[in-house]
Design a protein. Structure first.
Length: 63
């Protein structure tokens, strides 16, 4: 696994595609439908991780 990137990515649309300007020159092109589904999955995973982090932090303060 690679190290996580802390900077948000630039995203734009062009010629019917949604383009994600990724790290190190990587570019990802998606259909609008795939981009929406991916955005939902990103949102859900990010919220789950933030909740897990908050629960972990709360558990440490109780010790």
């Amino acid at each position: 696994m690679t190290r996580p990137h802390a900077q948000p990515r630039n995203v734009f649309h062009e010629n019917g595609e949604v383009i994600i300007d990724g790290p190190d020159g990587a570019v990802i092109a998606m259909t609008p439908e795939a981009a929406l589904r991916t955005a939902g999955r990103l949102d859900e995973a990010a919220l789950d991780e933030l909740i897990a982090r908050a629960q972990s932090d709360a558990g440490r303060t109780l010790l």
